[in-house]
Design a protein around this ligand. Structure first.
Ligand SMILES: [Zn+2]
Length: 316
């Protein structure tokens, strides 16, 4: 009887120690976070519209080359449905694309879903359309998923006009079968140096983006879907360990693509703009609405940008 009691006590102690270890490791993970509210360059009051990405790319292309550089290049990494508080999961310095670039530039609050009271959904097609065209749905026409973009230029088309080659890679079919179909047809008809690659999954997207970088494409954009997939299947937000892991997975995926940039033989002579962002947040198992969890987004960039009052309201 005494031995049985002892065993029970030992079992209890083991369970308590395990629980404490879990709690401490979680607390540590949070305490070690490199990306939290304090990591942002400006406060949340200065939340920029996601349309500003198009302007940052355009301004970069239009300004003179930096001293000693011979060519401008752009990498845009999209993490689909990566909520702003998902950034709390990013602390793996070795494998984080976000941490690799934000020290030389910054991390900024941004928002999806159009201006206040907008009818633009916080969905994938409207989000990336706003990022790529610099306008809200009244400009690009993509109020929600399932709608083709109006004939307004994306940052790819503007770059092609200025002599750059472009690659857009994603494993989400709607980009290629609905939103950018007209752009793809035009690029083919005019024989433009513009690739639109429908990848089979994130692994394929990553490999295709790395290949485009090796092939010397100037503007490369790739989107990871693991975060959005995790949110829809088991819940957006940090209450869900599967979502937390997906945030890390997306950022490791981005780091591998970023490594391909740095491994280029001509890298020292190139001026690279690198932007990492998301199209929308999410709440419970969905997104599309106008809650803060769905509207609040973020972007990291490897060069400092200085928001002014014009930027806070920027849209075409
Ligand atoms: Zn999305």
């Amino acid at each position: 009887m005494k031995k049985k009691m002892t065993n029970t006590w030992i079992a209890c102690v083991i369970v308590l120690v395990a629980l404490a270890a879990t709690f401490i490791s979680r607390a540590n993970a949070c305490g070690d976070c490199k990306v939290n509210a304090a990591a942002f360059t400006f406060s949340a009051e200065e939340r920029l519209p996601q349309t500003i990405i198009q302007k940052i790319v355009d301004d970069f292309i239009n300004r003179p080359l930096a001293n000693g550089k011979e060519r401008k290049k752009v990498l845009i990494l999209g993490y689909d449905g990566f909520r702003e508080d998902g950034l709390n999961n990013i602390y793996d310095i070795e494998n984080s694309a976000i941490l690799s670039i934000m020290d030389s530039g910054g991390l900024y609050h941004s928002f999806a879903g159009g201006l206040e009271d907008s009818s633009q959904a916080t969905s994938t097609s409207p989000g990336w359309s706003s990022i790529l065209t610099g306008g809200w749905h009244d400009y690009h026409g993509v109020e929600d998923n399932g709608i083709p973009k109006k004939d307004v230029p994306t940052l790819f088309q503007t770059a092609v006009q200025k002599g750059y080659s472009t690659t857009f890679v994603s494993s989400w079919k709607e980009h290629f079968e609905t939103v950018y179909t007209q752009d793809m047809i035009r690029a083919e008809l005019l024989n433009e140096p513009s690739q639109y690659i429908f990848a089979t999954n994130d692994e394929d997207s990553k490999n295709q983006a790395i290949e485009a970088i090796k092939q010397d494409f100037d503007i490369v954009m790739a989107i990871a879907e693991c975060t959005d997939n995790a949110g829809h299947s088991s819940g957006f937000g940090n209450d869900n360990p599967i979502y937390q892991e997906a945030c890390q997975e997306a950022d490791h995926w981005g780091k591998e693509i970023l490594n391909a940039v740095k491994e280029r033989e001509t890298y020292p002579k190139e001026e690279w703009l690198v932007i990492i962002t998301t199209d929308h947040g999410g709440i419970d198992l969905h997104h599309g609405g106008q809650s803060d969890e769905e509207r609040n987004t973020w972007f990291a960039v490897n060069q400092p940008v200085t928001p002014n009052s014009e930027w806070l309201n920027y849209h075409k």
